[in-house]
Design a protein around this ligand. Structure first.
Ligand SMILES: [Zn+2]
Length: 382
């Protein structure tokens, strides 16, 4: 029996370049690349060349003279053998895949053309996708940066919520939990998206939407504790601004559900929508500075930390939108230090900075005790 080793099942570079993949989509080939069974054709081609075509090719039609029960049962058995052999070969192929060039990817997997090589081919099974977490390719850094952030925030959340209520009351735990939930879900959805998006076009699209939802959830979750403690004793602005961010964040999630939003040509629009959502925080920040003054804004409302957080988010989003540094040196950052990884690291750093900032505001605010009274403009009188 043929020995299915990696060398017999993985495409060689020559085969990859001769293989009619996505590049043919704009050429004479009429085939729809989006619905094309990428590995099937490769497997069939490979098996023909390795001498197992007889079990993989459908059996020839029997002569009408021989179409008796025996013949039908023989055909059924042969078909079963074909199915089993194809399943076996497919399983081995998924274990032994090799990275491919961007130009060899099907159209639905072609995102960043400045990452020249090191891409995963379509893997078609969740098991293979999750196993790829432990291999080196263009998504390895993206997966691990947010997996690390996700695990770190799960740890922080557990230790925060486990603190005795005499130290941290349930109201504080509830408010901080909106931020923790936003951070954990954002990084979890992102990790899952980067892990499984090479499974198939439909799976990739679904998880891409979840990824965008996660960014909106993190933004909403970041705003809620900040607004809650910054406008602790002034109910009207507190409720108005929290409502505003909930409405804008929900609008962002709805836009993210739109199929075309994930296309590469909408990259600047995506970056713009999320930068806009984040920048909506300028309105309550200006409000606070005008009412309380810049000194209290910095010392009490930890505005310096919030500005640093905003700079990290915006800086990360711009790097993502302009695809720096791989745009300048295509092919040099295929595996490490590409724009998307830098963006991920900035998001994790911004989330840590924000946690520090809102902890400072909360500690400061709670040290005053309950709201005692308010003047005619709604400001707290201590
Ligand atoms: Zn990402």
């Amino acid at each position: 029996m043929t020995n299915f080793t990696e060398s017999t099942l993985s495409p060689t570079e020559e085969e990859q370049s001769s293989y009619p993949l996505s590049e043919s989509a704009d050429g004479d080939d009429e085939r729809d690349d989006n619905n094309y069974d990428w590995s099937s054709e490769f497997l069939r081609k490979r098996c023909v060349s390795t001498g197992v075509s007889s079990i993989l090719d459908p059996p020839p039609f029997a002569d009408s003279d021989n179409e008796d029960d025996k013949g039908i049962s023989f055909l059924k058995n042969t078909q079963n053998a074909v199915d089993q052999a194809e399943t076996l070969v497919r399983r081995v192929w998924h274990k032994s895949w090799r990275v491919v060039y961007h130009s060899h990817l099907p159209k639905w997997l072609q995102d960043n053309n400045f990452l020249v090589g090191g891409h995963r081919p379509p893997l078609e099974s969740f098991r293979a996708c999750f196993q790829s977490v432990f291999r080196v390719h263009t998504e390895t850094g993206n997966i691990w940066t947010h997996l690390f952030g996700c695990i770190a925030f799960i740890g922080i959340t557990i230790s925060f919520l486990a603190r005795p209520s005499i130290e941290i009351q349930w109201q504080e735990k509830a408010i901080f939990s909106t931020f923790f939930m936003g951070a954990i879900l954002c990084m979890l959805f992102s990790t899952l998206f980067h892990t499984v998006y090479c499974h198939s076009e439909s799976v990739g699209r679904l998880f891409n939407k979840l990824d965008y939802c996660g960014i909106a959830l993190l933004t909403i979750g970041s705003f809620v504790p900040w607004l809650y403690y910054s406008f602790y004793c002034t109910t009207a602005p507190k409720i108005s601004y929290i409502t505003l961010i909930l409405v804008l964040g929900t609008a962002c999630i709805v836009v993210s559900m739109w199929d075309k939003f994930a296309q590469p040509k909408f990259r600047p629009v995506r970056a713009g929508v999320f930068i806009g959502l984040g920048l909506s925080g300028v309105i309550p920040a200006m409000h606070y500075v005008l009412v309380e003054g810049i000194e209290r804004a910095i010392n009490v409302a930890a505005m310096g930390w919030l500005v640093l957080m905003a700079a990290l988010y915006i800086g990360g989003a711009l790097i993502y939108a302009f695809r720096i540094p791989e745009r300048l040196w295509p092919g040099k950052f295929d595996i490490w230090f590409q724009s998307h990884q830098i963006f991920h690291v900035f998001v994790v750093a911004a989330a840590f900075v924000h946690y520090h900032g809102i902890s400072k505001i909360a500690r400061h605010r709670l040290s005053f005790g309950e709201c005692l009274a308010a003047d005619e403009s709604g400001n707290l009188i201590l």
